[in-house]
Design a protein around this ligand. Structure first.
Ligand code: GLC
Length: 493
């Protein structure tokens, strides 16, 4: 196991996902990478997560798993004690505590389709577990760092739980919003069985978890944490508006003195075309020849012959947030003569069907890979020319950062983290992509047109690629900002 002697600041990250053990989206990447980067800032950051089906086996296969469990913890929920055994693992230099409780953590999909008193229980257990953990580990973090609604009850419990509020003062809490669209809204009748005091929910108290007659877990965290963050500076402003606030904008504005926007990074150990083992050939700014081989591999994957047309790619979740509707409309005019399009991702049945039909309409010009396949995603990023990212809103976005590294140029909507990271090449010599503002197919089409005409000017395109590939979004910078935040909180206590 790792030696920690020289660390003074201790932080426990609590989340349902942590890559590579369990990952459904960008949150898993953040929780799997940020704590590692914090260690480089001399912070002893560890992770607490559930052992969903397959997680223990994975930890054994790719990391080191201590044979003997540390012991057991119990949490009372709905007048019943649930007991988990706690395992300790080290994966890629990260110290992880796993909650082995097969009854609660049985769903390989992690997130329930619908929130009700039963389906939220796993997340309540996860949220109360940090307070029970100390007894087994003897390791006491100053900070409990929670992510999204699933662990939002941690800080609320320190204020309003009948038992855990005794720990108030022992911990500071930081809450990170990765996506405000999911707030954990549920009928408030559950609170009693979870052990919360009635004060937690009162429509006479604007600071309680009450939200238009329901319980809102994110609101609870915002009201009770020491600080909350978004995963980009721009998103921290977006969520203060009625357009981006999903109803919580008033609460966020009232608490904005506790809010910071810190941009996510990417893990260059995984996403570097110079060393990427999932590519048929490696390449870097000094020698780009490998990108051609990757293009050939992508053409082969699509069953296409070379015809020199630019390849537009989309890699992401198939949801409304990602702007799939305007994307399909906007690329149509280009498919006859000017470009081809590859779409990779999984998501709602509605969009899966829509995209399948789209491929049928444009045989030979559209290819779809409707599953999340890590290996194929790498080849698509490397073999493509232009990444489409027309998100309705985007807290940070990872695809554009990955595309930069692979010399694939983003066409993106200027929202949230996309506006923070993509520089429009028609507006600056440092340009790394093309941006559009209004969420319409027409505006996206114009931005694609600008990108395609830039691509015809080879020296210009090469300089855009150079700007993109030399941009640095490593986690080290983000980790420094989080370290600063923790220290600011400690010194202001
Ligand atoms: C969510 C957001 C995405 C962000 C990721 C990690 O998935 O939608 O924009 O990059 O979380 O923070």
């Amino acid at each position: 196991m790792i030696a920690y002697k020289h660390f003074t600041l201790k932080v426990l990250h609590i989340a349902p996902e942590c890559s590579p053990l369990a990952k459904k989206g960008g949150l898993g990447d953040v929780v799997g990478t940020l704590p590692k980067a914090l260690r480089k800032q001399s912070i002893d950051a560890r992770v607490l997560m559930p052992a969903w089906p397959g997680v223990i086996e994975k930890a054994e296969a790719i990391g080191k798993l201590k044979k003997e469990p540390l012991g057991e913890i119990s949490v009372a929920l709905n007048w019943r004690a649930y007991t988990a055994s706690v395992l300790e693992a080290e994966v890629n230099g990260l110290h992880i505590y796993l909650l082995d409780q097969p009854e609660l953590f049985s769903d390989p999909c992690i997130y329930p389709e619908k929130l009700d008193s039963e389906t939220v229980l796993p997340f309540m257990f996860l949220s109360f577990a940090p307070f029970e953990l100390l007894r087994l580990t003897g390791w006491k973090p100053q900070f409990l760092h929670t992510h999204d609604w699933t662990t939002a009850p941690v800080s609320a419990a320190l204020k309003w739980h009948r038992y855990y509020s005794y720990f108030n003062g022992d911990y500071d809490t930081v809450f990170t919003i990765h996506n405000l669209a999911f707030q954990g809204i549920i009928d408030h009748s559950v609170l009693d069985g979870w052990g919360f005091d009635p004060k937690a929910y009162s429509n006479l108290d604007t600071e309680s978890m009450e939200f238009f007659g329901h319980l809102n877990m994110m609101k609870g965290a915002i009201m009770t944490c020491e600080a909350f963050t978004t995963v980009s500076p721009n998103y921290s402003w977006d969520i203060q508006t009625s357009n981006g606030g999903f109803g919580l904008d008033g609460v966020i504005v009232a608490n904005k003195n506790k809010l910071r926007g810190i941009i996510n990074g990417i893990d260059y150990d995984v996403w570097s075309p110079g060393t990427d083992r999932l590519l048929p050939a490696n390449y870097s700014l000094n020698d780009m020849s490998g990108k051609k081989e990757c293009r050939e591999a992508l053409l082969k994957e699509c069953g296409w012959k070379e015809n020199s047309k630019p390849i537009l790619i989309f890699v992401g979740r198939l949801t409304e947030q990602k702007g799939i509707d305007i994307m399909l409309d906007a690329v149509k005019p280009f498919l006859a003569h000017k470009a081809r399009c590859v779409i990779v991702g999984s998501g709602s049945d509605f969009y899966t069907r829509k995209i399948q039909e789209f491929q049928k309409e444009y045989p030979g010009a559209v290819h779809t890979i409707l599953e999340f396949n890590e290996g194929k995603a790498h080849i698509v990023y490397a073999g493509g020319d232009i990444l489409l990212m027309p998100s309705l809103f985007e807290p940070c976005g990872l695809s554009q950062l990955i595309a930069f590294a692979y010399g694939t140029i983003p066409v993106a909507r200027a929202t949230g983290g996309l506006a923070d990271t993509v520089i429009d090449a028609d507006g600056s010599p440092d340009g790394t992509g093309f941006l559009f503002k209004d969420f319409t197919a027409e505006e996206l089409e114009k931005a694609i047109e600008r990108a395609l005409s830039a691509k015809k000017d080879i020296p210009r395109w090469e300089s855009i690629i150079k700007n993109a590939m030399s941009s640095d979004f490593s986690w080290d910078n983000s980790a420094k900002s989080y370290a600063e935040l923790y220290r600011d909180i400690l010194t202001s206590d």
